[in-house]
Write a protein that binds this ligand. Structure first.
Ligand code: NAP
Length: 278
């Protein structure tokens, strides 16, 4: 089987490494010729080019460009694909992408490997990145079950944990566990930073330790990623933020009214629920 990968960065490069390790032929297409040369020199791909026609023999093609480039790349690539080729992408939001690409290519299936690091580009590509990580496919009712099966087998080769759901279910789920936490954490940092008593603020900064490190980590990361989440998953993120605000309002009310029993029940319930997510 010949695998095509478009966008040889962290995710595309890491997929290429994993498929090469399994002796599959990997055809890599990237925007810059320097990236293609690096991929060839490192042995990450079998062949590489900036020219999409390299993908004419590919059986399965993974679109691994930044989210904004996924649709234009799909539009540019389809005239180069053989009719039986399966097309998939790795973007971390699915609804709009699946809606836009599925009508262009019947054998398109949205996908999202839930693995990554803070680094970018071909030099950030890692062996073993997808081992034990969840990998979600988001077929529609029209998607061919045979195409899903072929991609599922490739995901099994990556040693990822395979999941399958509708695109909108994926987007709401990642809003809860990935996108909402960024905005909760960023708001926490902003709220602490808005303290107007300079002595308190200085002492808070001095005393901040492991708890603050854990709760502020995702809010203090790459701003571009948080912006992409809000732009690409707006509705689902807004729903999660609104529900989260209701929880905060309720906690405020319990504390204002000194309803300690309700607070105790609330915290006991969240203590029980947390392991279900991890
Ligand atoms: P990345 O390291 O920046 O790699 C993307 C590659 O695409 C770049 O190396 C670049 O190759 C090429 N590229 C950049 N802009 C392009 C454009 N406008 N048109 C065509 N190609 C372009 O990014 P990544 O972290 O691998 O993310 C790629 C995709 O994976 C995104 O859709 C993201 O949502 C998804 N994803 C990321 C993570 C994560 O944690 N990073 C996790 C899961 C899914 P050249 O060097 O040739 O320019």
């Amino acid at each position: 089987m010949k695998i095509g990968i478009v966008g040889l960065g962290l995710i595309g490069g890491s997929l290429a490494i994993a498929f090469r390790e399994n002796d599959l032929e990997v055809l890599g297409v990237s925007r810059q010729s320097a990236t293609c040369e690096t991929a060839l020199t490192k042995g990450i791909v079998t062949e590489a080019s900036t020219d999409m026609s390299l993908l004419r023999d590919a059986d399965v093609v993974f679109l691994c460009t930044p989210i904004k480039a996924i649709l234009p790349t799909a539009q540019a690539i389809i005239s180069h694909l053989k009719p039986t080729a399966i097309l998939t992408d790795v973007a971390s939001v699915k609804g709009e992408i699946v809606q836009a690409i599925a009508p262009l290519w019947p054998n398109f299936i949205g996908g999202h490997p839930m693995a990554g690091t803070a680094e970018q580009g071909i030099d950030a590509a890692l062996p073993g990145l997808f081992i034990n990580a969840p990998y979600v496919l988001t077929p529609t009712p029209e998607t061919s079950p045979d195409a899903v099966k072929i991609l599922k087998d490739l995901i099994t080769l990556l040693q990822s944990r395979f999941y399958c759901c509708a695109p909108e279910i994926h987007d709401q789920a990642v809003a809860w566990i990935s996108h909402l936490p960024v905005y909760v954490s960023a708001s926490l940092i902003a709220a602490c930073g808005s303290e107007i008593n300079s002595e308190v603020l200085q002492m808070a900064k001095a005393l901040a330790s492991s708890g603050f490190r854990d709760t502020s980590r995702v809010g203090g990361g790459n701003p571009e990623l948080g912006l992409m989440m809000a732009q690409g998953n707006r509705q689902a993120l807004l729903k999660s933020l609104t529900d989260y605000r209701q929880q905060l309002d309720q906690a405020i009310e319990f504390i204002e009214t000194e309803n300690w029993e309700a607070i105790a029940q609330f915290l006991a319930a969240t203590q029980q629920q947390r392991p279900d997510f991890l």
